[in-house]
Design a protein around this ligand. Structure first.
Ligand SMILES: NC(=O)c1ccc[n+]([C@@H]2O[C@H](COP(=O)([O-])OP(=O)(O)OC[C@H]3O[C@@H](n4cnc5c(N)ncnc54)[C@H](O)[C@@H]3O)[C@@H](O)[C@H]2O)c1
Length: 250
């Protein structure tokens, strides 16, 4: 399906990003995995190659504009094109009420979750434009759509991701670049495991969060991301797609 296409996934060493990178590879794309966890990223790319796919790993801290610019330069030099970008890397930061959140947490979460998406799109859009189009998917969250208790800073970063997504979609609709956001509910990854380990009192709340009665699987996010890259979804741009078992339908 994606033969001849190049797909970048940030935060690809773990969780949703890893599973999405594997799915892109199964669908025939050449995949660039990027992360700060180099050991896991290298292993993931190696695994994709030994399963018959095409993949490489490039280190980039998405909170650094220089790292992001260098990542995009390396992709341009190696492949000369970028067709799909899943700007997925993110952190949960400190959990707790806004007045107890440290300034350090604010700056870190905004840098990793929001400035990163600006840096990525700033570098990805010219490359995609040069090659006649592409698809960008930014990873937001249900916390980007509604207020959530105890994650106001994270929520602000994820609301910001949707704002950037909508503007970029409008600005580049005529250039053949589609820009969408995905908004997962609680998905079974180490990110959620970390939250539950550090705040066991939140487990019951997270389990009962979704009307569907369970947490989501990373594969369920990956499937939406790759669908958004298919020509079948050619008229879909500028959306923030909840993948949340009806959580935000309440
Ligand atoms: N798991 C959930 O319930 C959930 C729900 C909604 C949204 N999300 C979002 O999905 C995305 C992926 O989360 P996940 O659950 O797979 O988490 P995860 O912790 O399993 O994976 C995140 C990956 O991002 C990488 N990363 C962290 N900081 C980075 C940086 N500065 N530069 C580059 N890479 C960095 C980590 O090394 C890790 O490999 C995040 O943006 C998260 O906010 C997750």
């Amino acid at each position: 399906m994606f033969e001849g296409k190049v797909a970048l996934v940030t935060g690809a060493s773990s969780g949703i990003g890893l599973v999405t990178a594997q799915r892109f590879a199964r669908l025939g794309a050449k995949v660039v995995l990027s992360d700060v966890n180099d050991e896991a990223g290298d292993q993931a790319a190696e695994q994709i190659r030994s399963d018959g796919g095409e993949a490489s790993y490039i280190h980039a801290d998405v909170s650094s504009y220089d790292d992001v610019a260098s990542l995009m330069r390396q992709i341009d030099e190696t492949y000369g094109q970028l067709d799909f970008a899943f700007n997925n890397a993110g952190i949960e930061g400190e959990i707790g009420p806004i007045e107890q959140s440290s300034l350090e947490n604010w700056h870190r979460v905004i840098a990793v979750n929001l400035s990163s998406v600006f840096y990525c799109m700033k570098e990805q859009i010219p490359l995609m434009k040069r090659n006649g189009g592409g698809v960008i998917i930014n990873c937001s969250s249900i916390a980007g759509l509604v207020g959530t208790q105890g994650s106001g800073v994270y929520g602000a970063s994820k609301h910001g991701v949707i704002g950037l997504t909508r503007s970029a979609a409008i600005e580049h609709a005529q250039a053949g670049i589609r820009v969408n956001a995905v908004c997962p509910g609680a998905i079974k990854t180490v990110l959620v495991e970390r939250v539950i380990t550090e705040h066991p009192e939140m487990k019951e709340m997270i389990d009962n969060l979704h009307p569907i009665g369970r947490m989501g699987e990373p594969e369920e996010v990956a499937a939406a991301v790759t669908w958004l890259c298919q020509t079948e979804s050619a008229f879909v741009t500028g959306i923030a797609l909840p993948i949340d078992g009806a959580l935000t339908a309440r």
